[in-house]
Design a protein around this ligand. Structure first.
Ligand SMILES: [Zn+2]
Length: 499
């Protein structure tokens, strides 16, 4: 994600107050009760993410989602939906928790049998007739609605556009749209089937899985991802849109989704994408997915979002006259860079977010340096000056503070953007350009289609440098104060104002 530069658009998405359930403890208790044969109440669970303890659910691993939405043409009305989930059980479960809110559940089945279901907090809790055990497969079907209104403007999930809908699920809002295991640690394959009235176009992540099927006054569109994806990166766009096709490097399908009436005006921006992909490939290696493209949404979001294979951009980014061209280019490269950093290699926990945003900011700044006279070192010197203040406000890069209860602040603070690109700059100063560039290529290759942690990055960096960088990273990633910048003893920090 990146907040739109120099616009007066909306504030960043607010994050809801995390539930205070001690998720893993609850899970253990629940398992113990199964063993004792004592029925336990339906309780919301989580996988213990330090920032979002309520997100995700223990005990199973989703392999695929197949989600069908029926849209009737009014983006204030709930969509009818059927979500099918294939999963593998990893620990004994008396109940199966999914994350889901903002929809009415009509029925639920597990392995073909209707099951009892109940909402608890932001979980949908299913109770199969018999407990399930490790190694078993679960085929879950939930018939439900998906309400684009009740989520409110600031919570993410469905994004209501001028002519339909799009999705903005980062960080914790996919379960406002469909039942899921809503944590990037559990990536899965996705199929979307979208039925919409004639005249509208639906597009989702991945590539078409079938030709559009016309049925009277409606059309059904099907898309499938060719690589695993985190729930937060799902994208479904429905609107009066045109899909524009072009070729990227090595024949990569590039398809942009734009408001039909503005397609000509947007072309000058859209045609830049293949060159930007080629630039990124020169830096870090092959583009990791089956397609790429830009989704231009007629909506005021205040941010852009790296939804997998189809990044979301608010339209005004391309139309406001006071945003300089180099800055729009930089934003486009930022979201593109996320396809490697954040999408293909996903964070294991939300505290690893600096790996997403630090890298996306890094390539954004590097692209700007190569294409304009705005040097990376100047940007980093300014980041260095502010870094202690950012750390005081948001926590150190790899241990960001939780969003404060009830406050409309977000995880997406400066410390995870330029404050974390600064860590990469310090690393390059410390180990040299050659080792740094090798590390970047190895990182996206080693963890392609997977999830990775900060510790994984530290290990790979140490291996590339030929020495233990544990102490260096401890100070840069977890220190309350920014360490001295290697090679720049003259760089100064601004004093941090007291609270
Ligand atoms: Zn970003």
């Amino acid at each position: 994600m990146l907040l739109t530069a120099r616009t007066t658009a909306a504030r960043p998405k607010a994050l809801r107050t995390p539930r205070v359930a001690a998720a893993l403890v609850t899970a253990t208790v629940s398992a113990a009760l199964v063993a004792a044969g004592v029925p336990s109440p339906a309780t919301p669970l989580g996988i213990g993410d330090p920032l979002f303890p309520h997100l995700g659910n223990p005990g199973y691993d989703v392999t695929s989602y197949d989600i069908a939405f029926t849209y009737r043409g009014d983006n204030r009305e709930p969509l009818e939906a059927v979500t099918k989930i294939d999963a593998r059980v990893t620990q004994p479960l008396e109940r199966v928790n999914l994350d889901f809110t903002h929809g009415e559940v009509r029925s639920a089945e597990v392995n073909g049998e209707a099951v009892r279901f109940a909402s608890s907090g932001e979980d949908l809790v299913l109770t199969p007739a018999e407990p399930v055990g490790p190694g078993e497969r679960l085929r879950i079907t939930v018939r439900h609605t998906s309400d684009p209104v009740s989520g409110g403007k600031s919570q993410g999930g469905w994004l209501r556009t001028a002519d339909g809908l799009a999705m903005a699920n980062q960080a914790d809002a996919a379960h406002l749209v469909f039942p899921c295991n809503d944590h990037p640690a559990d990536k899965a394959m996705f199929t979307f089937r979208i039925t919409a009235p004639k005249g509208l176009t639906a597009v989702a992540n991945g590539l078409p899985a079938a030709e559009p099927r016309h049925n009277g006054s409606a059309t059904t569109w099907a898309y499938r991802t060719h690589h695993p994806m985190a729930t937060e990166l799902a994208q479904v766009s429905i609107g009066r849109s045109t899909v524009l096709h072009r070729k990227g490097p090595h024949g990569l399908p590039v398809r942009d989704v734009v408001p039909t009436k503005d397609r000509k005006a947007l072309e000058r921006w859209l045609k830049k994408t293949p060159g930007q992909i080629a630039w990124m490939e020169k830096k870090v290696g092959r583009y990791p997915f089956e397609a790429y493209g830009v989704l231009v949404a007629p909506a005021k979001t205040g941010f852009e979002l790296e939804t997998q294979t189809l990044s979301l951009f608010e339209q005004q980014l391309f139309t406001l006259p006071h945003i300089p061209e180099w800055s729009v280019d930089a934003l486009m490269v930022h979201e593109l860079a996320h396809q490697w950093f954040g999408d293909s290699v996903s964070p294991r926990t939300w505290s690893d977010l600096w790996l997403n945003e630090g890298h996306a900011t890094w390539y954004e700044a590097l692209f700007t340096e190569e294409r304009t006279r705005r040097s990376l070192a100047d940007r980093m010197r300014e980041a260095y000056r502010k870094s202690d203040g950012w750390r005081a406000e948001g926590g150190p890069p790899a241990r960001p503070k939780r969003p404060a209860p009830g406050k409309k602040i977000s995880l997406f603070r400066p410390v995870v953007y330029d404050g974390s690109a600064l860590v990469l700059y310090a690393l390059r100063q410390e180990i040299g350009h050659e080792a740094f560039e090798r590390l970047e290529r190895q990182w996206v290759r080693a963890h392609r289609d997977g999830t990775a942690t900060t510790a994984d990055f530290v290990r790979l960096a140490s291996r590339n440098a030929g020495r233990d960088l544990g102490g260096f990273f401890d100070a840069w990633l977890y220190g309350e104060k920014t360490p001295p910048m290697p090679g720049h003893p003259d760089w100064r920090k601004a004093p941090v104002r007291g609270k």
